[in-house]
Design a protein around this ligand. Structure first.
Ligand code: SF4
Ligand code: SF4
Length: 122
């Protein structure tokens, strides 16, 4: 569930507002998104994945964490690298290796090939 929007990092691009399938965000004062309908969050991570400023944190849980949780402590999330960590892990963002290139799967050769292609490694 979405836990934090960093007003300090946010560049007010509206991407999270647009991609959220359940319309959790409203555009707040100065363009910083606010969690207007947080209970509707589906924990899909699309907002965090699409945020170019690594300004969001979605916890991997389907229910909100209690008040006072470190998941809503921006200093903690910043220090531990959790802010934007989903986006980083899937490799979205300039200079990152897309997760699809690191995915493990069967090597597939071209149609009719007798041998499989070597795996993609970078
Ligand atoms: S995790 Fe998905 S449903 Fe929840 S706020 Fe982000 S985009 Fe919306
Ligand atoms: S996607 Fe990130 S930078 Fe853009 S409005 Fe949302 S929180 Fe701010």
């Amino acid at each position: 569930m979405i836990e934090l929007v960093s007003a300090e990092r946010c560049i007010t691009c509206d991407k999270c507002i647009k991609v959220c399938p359940t319309n959790v965000f409203d555009r707040g004062e100065g363009g910083i998104p606010v969690l207007a309908r947080r209970d509707d969050c589906q924990t899909c991570f699309q907002c965090e994945a699409n945020c170019p400023a690594d300004a969001l944190y979605v916890a991997p849980l389907t229910r909100p964490l209690p008040d006072g949780s470190t998941a809503r402590d921006e200093e903690h999330l910043d220090r531990t690298g959790l802010l934007g960590s989903y986006r980083r892990h899937i490799g979205w963002g300039r200079g990152r290796t897309p997760g699809a290139l690191r995915a493990v799967g069967p090597s597939l050769g071209p149609p009719g090939a007798k041998e499989a292609s070597p795996p993609i490694t970078s």
